[in-house]
Design a protein around this ligand. Structure first.
Ligand code: ZN
Length: 43
């Protein structure tokens, strides 16, 4: 399986280390600040 995950947020298009982590945890490719502004929490 080709594993090429970049860390660019789909919302603000900036690079953060938290983006790939949030993709795994929340299923959204977003940074921490965008996640908080959209109120996305794990179910
Ligand atoms: Zn963002």
């Amino acid at each position: 399986m080709d594993k090429e995950i970049d860390n660019f947020c789909e919302e603000c298009e900036k690079e953060y280390e938290s983006v790939s982590q949030n993709l795994i945890i929340y299923g959204f490719k977003i940074c921490e600040s965008c996640r908080l502004s959209k109120n996305i929490f794990p179910i």
